[in-house]
Design a protein around this ligand. Structure first.
Ligand code: SF4
Length: 378
């Protein structure tokens, strides 16, 4: 039997400080909590190593996300990667990514990571305007971003992603265009552009409520998205998903698993998994996570088995996010199964979904309202 592809995700739940817009599950880095976390994560790797379901898969991508994985030392990160390799069957040509905050890396650390096998690095660049960092409470400077990219290249990273955000308080179309121009000059292999969304219980949400800053302007964000599409495609990047652009051959293999209904196993507090038709998630609490693993239990908080029609539904909903879309016959079969035929006719006539060459995809207008389209087809 051929082993199915699997992506491994490690959630490293630490940052040096919390940015004003961020609602991810994380703790402020403390060495003592980091040591206990590593012990717990090792136990979680070991427990999965004993399960047939995990061993039936062949790992094709490993992704260290967070939080800020590079708050952990390079030694700790490389030993976690080594442990994953000893436990799972990891393909030699796997994509092995790490997220990093530009202010948390040194040349030595980056060389150690490359030497250990990390071959893709994703920096949270966010903007190329220091003023934007102040308005979203994100530590660091543009100079630190450019230095970190240079150091990563020097260390041997050829596959570099930069995450950007648009629609930031005070950001204008001109300043966003300036950010894009500078990013293109830096020539990363991959760029992700995310519209700022205001999450509940963040400092940014509070400041908007207090009236000290304004909420993002939806029309401006649409114009910024269109500008990014135009400038990045002109510069040789191909948009392949709503928020993602890549040079040829550099689409993120790990993230593609999420949009093609592939299998992934998430380790660490709050990490989510999808394997053998099961969706399950870890508890989003570092102490409870550590406690469960100290008792040799997996820290799973919620799980749900999806029927085959539900798995096909998810494949349609996630696949529509891709620019290449999905087979039209899959979309139509899904619409028939879930009573969405009239909805689909409406989405097509309002030009949210288009069809050609037997494939259906979101139009440019559909991409702007992707969440609403997904809800209507769920
Ligand atoms: S660095 Fe990233 S994960 Fe950490 S607080 Fe800021 S946005 Fe959130």
């Amino acid at each position: 039997m051929t082993a199915t592809a699997l992506g491994l995700y490690f959630h490293i739940p630490f940052c040096r400080q919390r940015c004003d817009f961020c609602a991810f599950y994380l703790e402020i880095y403390r060495d003592k909590s980091a040591s206990s976390f590593i012990d717990a994560l090792r136990e979680e790797i070991r427990l999965y190593g004993r399960q047939d379901s995990a061993r039936r898969h062949r790992v094709q991508s490993i992704y260290f996300g967070g939080g800020t994985p590079t708050t952990l030392s390079a030694e700790r990160l490389t030993s976690l990667l080594a442990e994953a390799r000893q436990t799972f069957e990891v393909a030699d040509d796997s994509e092995i990514s790490i997220e990093a905050h530009p202010a948390t890396v040194s040349g030595d650390d980056l060389s150690q990571l490359v030497h250990a096998g990390f071959n893709r690095i994703s920096f949270g660049a966010e903007s190329m305007d220091d003023g934007d960092f102040v308005s979203i409470g994100r530590p660091g400077t543009v100079d630190q971003t450019t230095q970190a990219i240079a150091l990563a290249r020097e260390a041997g990273f050829a596959n570099i992603n930069l995450d950007l955000m648009y629609g930031l308080p005070g950001q204008t179309l001109a300043s966003w265009t300036h950010t894009l121009d500078r990013i293109v000059q830096l020539n990363p292999s991959h760029i992700s552009c995310y519209a700022l969304t205001i999450e509940d219980n963040t400092k940014l949400a509070k400041n908007i409520q207090l009236g000290s800053i304004s909420a993002p302007d939806e029309q401006l964000q649409i114009a910024m998205d269109e500008t990014a599409h135009l400038l990045l495609e002109q510069a040789g990047y191909k948009r392949y998903e709503i928020s993602n652009y890549a040079k040829p051959e550099y689409a993120c293999r790990h993230n593609l698993l999420y949009w093609t209904n592939g299998a992934y196993l998430g380790l660490g507090p709050s990490a989510q998994s999808y394997m053998d038709g099961w969706r399950f998630g870890n508890i989003a609490d570092l102490a409870a996570y550590g406690q469960a693993l100290s008792e040799h239990h997996l820290p799973i908080e919620a799980q749900d088995h999806l029927s085959l029609p539900e798995q096909l539904r998810d494949a349609v909903i996630f696949g529509l996010r891709l620019v290449k879309g999905i087979p039209t016959q899959d979309l139509e079969a899904h619409a028939l199964r879930y009573g969405h035929r009239e909805t689909l006719i409406g989405l097509r006539s309002q030009k949210f979904i288009e069809e050609n060459d037997g494939r259906s995809r979101l139009t440019a207008k559909g991409r702007q309202y992707a969440d609403s389209v997904a809800e209507q087809l769920y």
